[in-house]
Design a protein around this ligand. Sequence first.
Ligand code: HEM
Length: 468
Amino acid sequence: MARPLPAMATEALPHPPHRLPVLGDVLSADAARPAQRLAELAGFLGPIYETKIFNRHLTVVSGPAAYTELGDEKRFGKHVGFAFAASREFLGDALPTAYSDEPNWARAHNILMPAFTLSAMRGYHDIMLDTVGELITHWDALADGDTTVDVHTDTSKLTLEAIGRIGFGYHFDSFTRSEPDPFAVAVARMFAYIGRAGFRIPVHWLENAVHGKDIRQNARDVDYVRHVVDDIIRERRGHPEGRPDDLLALMLSTADPESGERLDDENVRNQVISFLSAGHETTSGTLSFALHLLATHPEIADRARAEISSLWPVDAAPEPVFGDVHKLRYVRRIVDETLRLWPIAPGYFREPKQDTTLGGHVVRKGQALLALTLRVQRDPVWGPNPLAFDPDRFLPDRARTRPVGIYKPFGTGMRSCIGRQLALHESTLALALILHRYELDPVPGYQLEVAEEFTLKPVGLRLGLRRR
Ligand code: HEM
């Protein structure tokens, strides 16, 4: 269960105009693009402001100094609220939704950390190559004609395949099935439901009356997803010999080196489901935004191709080895810069461990604070033209001139993203192989529109592809 709502600050902070009794700031909110709206509001409400919807208060931190302060792990920690608290109903104390003091958080973190180090990526490299190969086979059939490809649908298939295989040896066969795997459909719908959790009505009967259909569909999805994953776990337990080397095998066979405790089957199931979400839409969003930015900045795409050709000649089929990915320095800067402009997780929640101050304002123990990455990573502190796509911002010499602590697309501290290396390896490899194979043609007149369902994603993004 989620813990009760935290105490509120006593000090008045700026808040959006037109606040209503009971409903709060609904007139200023945007349920379809909540983080983008909060970032716009920061433009005139300043670096720290407060917003509330019904009885849920949120302090929004969008100035670089206060955002950096939130990274102080002695005074602030992760806040499990809003969609994270709502997700506990389905995910319990899995890594993303656990309270930091729950025993299963440290247990799972200690067991899983070795599977997410930079060197552990060596073990997943071939799976990633296979899945990118499947995407390219699919795109080859659509290239060089009048057809365009549906970028985000296909990058989502790619990353779902990768995390399904790396996580628990499951093939969704996304690129070969005519209809999507019902498990993939249920997982996607379930996480879209969780993404809307921040806007649930806190009065039970009213929420049921308004969103009843959605709630019942979600209950069916949760049952189905759990059932599939439980079957996979049972099957593995029944046949421990010949186990593949994936995250599920690690969770079933390893004890926490610190406590000696193991994860129980319910927790393992919840971890598997949360990896499917955390490891899928995040990386696919990164790839989709990167492809949009590259298609609209052909000079940057060409510079990346020059780097890629030095490893894999244009006229031969590439055979990328693990070590190649670290040589793709410019492609990696493209990934970093994409995550700066479009941090797929547009913010993360923090809370004071004790009453303290933040940017000179009093904040109370447990109070919900949103570190608004989307706004901070576009602040003038990034230098001239902070909205321009300029991968060379991440050249070491230029990075050294900026304050530390203002670039956190993977969150902060001990609750930051465990899958960071996996996401970076997969994104760099996939982008390099795509740029090696195709010229990218934007659809004339396309204007980027960004939707939010927990994470950011481009709407209606299509590209024409020409084989090189
Ligand atoms: C570009 C891709 C990704 C981005 C931008 C991203 C971003 C984040 C952020 C901001 C957090 C912190 C959330 C918080 O503080 O509440 C987080 C946590 C987490 N991420 Fe990622 N993530 C990405 C990819 C992945 C992948 C590929 C996986 C797994 C395979 C993954 C698994 C997790 C998990 C399990 C947590 C919770 C860690 C904990 O609390 O101990 N993420 N991620």
